[in-house]
Design a binder for this molecule. Structure first.
Ligand code: SF4
Ligand code: SF4
Length: 308
């Protein structure tokens, strides 16, 4: 298959910490040995971001990024370097805290993605109102030369939640906030000891046909049109125009690569880090990386919807 055109802007998914103020039952990080880690050397990370060629979108997630003690310094530093900032958060931060983030980002926010964990949300309508308020705030502050910022809300489609999904979607539609579903995933195997197992990795749980229909009617995984993506063998720009980064600076091509400890790109903080020049074939049976999917980094059957 022919590769898609070279994406103008590169994207990084940066897990700045493993720390989180929530303990969701379906959290894929719940088995991590250390859930208190956070990237400690902000200036060194910013020096590394300054070495990247051109403008990148840095998508900050965790754990929960708003519990990171230097989040605003990181965001302000990235804005000063001319990059764009996107976020994945559980949206527990107060409006005052969000205001300080908006100021630090100086109009350079891309996608602000709010994960709604229903065990911690008593009032869905007020969650929707807060998301709508933030989108207005980000758009008012936006640099007009950059793509328009957007706020979306995602929720994990556990079997218990599926019957509620349509009414949840209606609440967000009322507030004109984009609402997306994420299939529930479960871990198979332990990456550090079983890295050659073909079944290793995160797998979407088995859904009944009627449950799949509900998910697809809401756009599939993060509105990519599918619940599970399969691109094995296709040329993908991940590793050249996309990579994932952890709180220690370890860089891998994408999430399936990191789980298997394959296609390591070195440590972002030192000279061992390198970007590929060209797209390369995907080595993985399934792809759960909706960031490169939404940016058409590999050939797909349908045009992806932007916004993850
Ligand atoms: S908010 Fe996210 S990182 Fe925190 S426990 Fe829940 S799923 Fe895990
Ligand atoms: S798993 Fe997805 S992001 Fe990773 S190389 Fe394959 S297609 Fe690209």
């Amino acid at each position: 298959m022919k590769a898609t055109p070279r994406p103008d802007e590169g994207v990084i998914s940066w897990n700045v910490n493993t720390a989180c103020n929530y303990r969701c039952g379906y959290c894929t990080q719940r088995f991590k040995d250390d859930r208190g880690r956070w990237s400690r050397d902000t200036p060194r990370f910013l020096e590394a971001f300054a070495r990247l060629p051109g403008r990148w979108e840095v998508k900050i997630s965790g754990g929960e990024p708003f519990v990171h003690p230097t989040l605003d310094e990181i965001v302000g530093g990235l804005a000063g370097l001319g990059h764009r900032i996107s976020v994945v958060t559980n949206f527990s931060a107060s409006e005052a805290r969000l205001e300080s983030f908006v100021e630090a980002a100086r109009g350079r926010v891309g996608v602000f993605s709010c994960s709604m964990h229903l065990a911690y949300v008593d009032d869905v309508a007020s969650f929707a109102r807060k998301a709508a308020w933030l989108e207005e705030r980000l758009r008012a502050a936006a640099d007009p030369t950059l793509p328009r910022p957007s706020v979306n809300v995602t929720t994990v489609a556990t079997k218990a939640v599926i019957p509620r999904l349509s009414s949840l979607a209606a609440i967000f539609a009322t507030h004109e906030v984009a609402f997306k579903v994420q299939p529930e995933k479960q871990e198979r195997g332990r990456p550090e000891i079983e890295h050659s197992l073909p079944t290793l990795g995160q797998h979407v749980i088995e859904y009944e046909p009627a449950e799949r229909e509900v998910l697809l009617s809401l756009g599939g995984h993060n509105r990519t049109g599918e619940i599970v993506h399969r691109y094995e063998g296709r040329p993908c720009w991940s590793g050249a125009r996309y990579f994932i980064l952890d709180d220690l600076g370890e860089a891998f091509r994408c999430y399936p690569a990191r789980r298997r400890r394959l296609e390591r790109m070195g440590n972002f903080l030192d000279a061992s880090f390198s970007l590929a020049d060209e797209p390369a074939p995907c080595l993985y049976a399934t792809c759960n990386c909706t960031v490169p999917i939404a940016r058409a980094m590999m050939p797909q059957e349908r045009q992806p919807e932007r916004g993850d």
